[in-house]
Design a protein around this ligand. Structure first.
Ligand code: 16C
Ligand code: ATP
Ligand code: CA
Length: 502
């Protein structure tokens, strides 16, 4: 029997399974049970909270002499489990065998599948054979027979599954995703993430750790965490959805360089990060945005988004009211736009903190998972040393927004146009530009903007630098509880409390 502290409780919502237990001879011959003629037993498997938001499956076995009483307990506990209606029973699982350190398949088979089977969850598993396999499959599969979709991989794999699901729902509802103002239909099928990628920022930012067993347990207990999603368009063409980072300049350049070095695995980001840091390119452009006036928080708040966050709850109420009023004209279009022109080392728009193992507090520590806004971070041209000071603050407790060259705004939509595209539209000859580009490639130390950067959209590059972005409040749902406040101290479990009742 596993050692458990005295006088503690297990919430039924965190019981994973209850099973009748066959006691072997050795077990029967220990302690007070050796005097019993024929002890009966059952085992309760439950979520045990460890440090740093880590969850583990623990178990405790209860013995008694009375077979009828033992069966009554098993029956009662199973009935309690049956009452947990939000738990998934049948899941569709996509595994990217090439994400991160290429361990997706073994992580799933060794750590996740046994837990799903213990929790009586049945699965259909697809091991992807190429990029977009999961996305294409979701456009045709009968999704109604599943209680959720699980992706085993990184942020790119999550993005694929999310695009498949959102695209499928819009297609079924006859919504044209190319129309930037289309009233998109929310995705209510929950997505679970088993982290097996290189950054795993979505998993880390939604449960507080990148750990496959913890994620599997969040899926099993059937929690639901809504997430904001940004739609990205170029004129009237839909490009992508984003849930974590939309980054131009620094993070776009890192991604573009790192794509050629996929063979390096997760290390490619550190290598390309170092190279990009040294290149120190800045980009000129114009950014216009609509401030998110509806939300209660601000990006400079000291508190971060946690389980049951009241700021996200408030946005949920507002969303419900908007749905009720649907049909009435919204004043969104008439609301003020702020315009900022400048030379930027990085433009980052984040829908969530973007915390990950490299930066445990993330790019915007006070960003909310489901408040209907994104934090727009503008890092203007500054010295290499200052930019390094800014980056280092992502890894410690100091405020990364407390710099004269960094501005942060909470927004509900924004647009960006690079100076190069503006100039192109004003008919500057291409030949002259190419010459300029050549000159600067020959003199990389000058740091000037030889070309456009690329947008990094949740780890994938976008084809266009001019984009229009709109945040959709609580547009997808995850199997997650959010990040729990001080989880270790809150949860205390006991064998003795149940044992005394037996
Ligand atoms: C001195 C150390 C400073 C370290 C600063 C670390 C800040 C890290 C912030 C990470 C933010 C991740 C945002 C998430 C993005 C995901 O949607 C996306 C898909 O998975 N991942 C990436 O694009 C992958 C992005 C990967 C970014 C890696 C950045 C590494 C920077 C290294 C700079 C080195 C400077 C050294 C100078 C001596
Ligand atoms: N079988 C496959 N072969 C090649 N590429 C695949 C396959 N399955 C999925 N992909 C693609 O691989 C890309 C990256 O995968 P994934 O996100 O799992 O790992 P990663 O890039 O290492 O991690 P992260 O996104 O966290 O940085 C995804 O965009 C996905 O479309
Ligand atoms: Ca948000």
């Amino acid at each position: 029997m596993s050692p458990v502290p005295e006088n503690c409780f297990v919430p039924t919502s965190e019981i994973i399974a209850v099973e009748e237990t066959e006691l072997n001879k050795k077990q029967r011959n220990i302690g007070k049970w050796q005097k019993m003629a024929k002890p009966h037993a059952f085992t309760v498997y439950y979520v045990k909270k460890a440090r740093n938001h880590r969850w583990r499956c623990s178990d405790v076995t209860f013995w008694c002499v009375d077979e009828h009483l033992c069966n009554q307990w098993i029956q009662a506990l199973k009935e309690l489990l049956e009452m947990q209606k939000s738990r998934p029973k049948h899941l569709l699982v996509y595994i990217n065998p090439y994400g991160g350190k290429r361990q997706g398949k073994s992580i799933y088979e060794q750590k996740v599948a046994p837990l799903f089977s213990l929790a009586s969850i049945s699965t259909d598993v697809v091991i992807t054979e190429h990029a977009n396999h999961a996305k294409d499959n979701l456009l045709e599969v009968n999704i109604n027979k599943y209680d959720g979709v699980v992706c085993v991989g990184g942020d790119g794999m999550f993005s694929e599954v999310m695009h498949g699901l959102i695209g499928r729902i819009q297609k079924d509802s006859g919504i044209d995703q190319n129309n930037p103002k289309a009233p998109l239909v929310q995705c209510n099928i929950r997505i679970g993430i088993i982290p097996a990628g290189s950054t795993d920022c979505i998993c880390y930012s939604t449960i507080g750790i990148s750990d496959p067993v913890t994620s599997a347990l969040h899926i099993i207990v059937g929690d639901c965490q809504p997430l904001d999603v940004s739609s990205v368009h170029h004129n009237n063409t839909f490009l992508k959805y984003s849930v974590s980072l939309l980054g131009y300049g620094f993070y776009g350049d890192i991604l573009k360089d790192s794509e050629k070095k996929r063979w390096m695995g997760p290390m490619r980001y550190d290598y390309s990060g170092f190279k990009t840091f040294l290149s120190h390119h800045y980009y000129e452009g114009t950014i216009s945005f609509q401030p998110a006036k509806h939300t209660l928080g601000s990006p400079r708040d000291k508190d971060s988004c946690r389980t049951g966050c009241y700021i996200c709850k408030k946005s949920e109420q507002q969303l419900a009211e908007q749905h009720k009023e649907c049909g009435l004209k919204h004043e969104e279009d008439e609301e003020e736009w702020k315009v900022i022109k400048g030379k930027f080392l990085a433009i980052n728009a984040v829908n969530m903190s973007c915390a990950c193992p490299r930066s445990p507090k993330g790019l915007s520590p006070a960003a909310h998972l489901a408040d209907g806004s994104a934090d727009l971070i503008l890092v203007r041209k500054c010295s290499r040393f200052d930019f390094l000071r800014y980056l280092v603050r992502h890894t410690n407790q100091d405020d990364q927004f407390d710099f004269s060259f960094v501005d942060v705004y909470r927004v509900k939509s924004f647009q960006f146009t690079s100076k190069l595209s503006e100039d192109n539209e004003s008919n500057i000859t291409d030949i002259g530009k190419k010459r300029f580009g050549q000159f600067c490639r020959d003199h990389p130390a000058c740091c000037c903007n030889i070309a456009n950067s690329t947008w990094n959209c949740d780890g994938e590059t976008l084809d266009s630098s001019a984009i229009q972005v709109r945040v959709h409040c609580q547009f997808v749902k995850l199997f997650a509880r959010g990040i729990e406040e001080n989880s270790k101290d809150e949860a205390v479990y006991s064998q003795s409390s149940i044992e005394q009742l037996l």
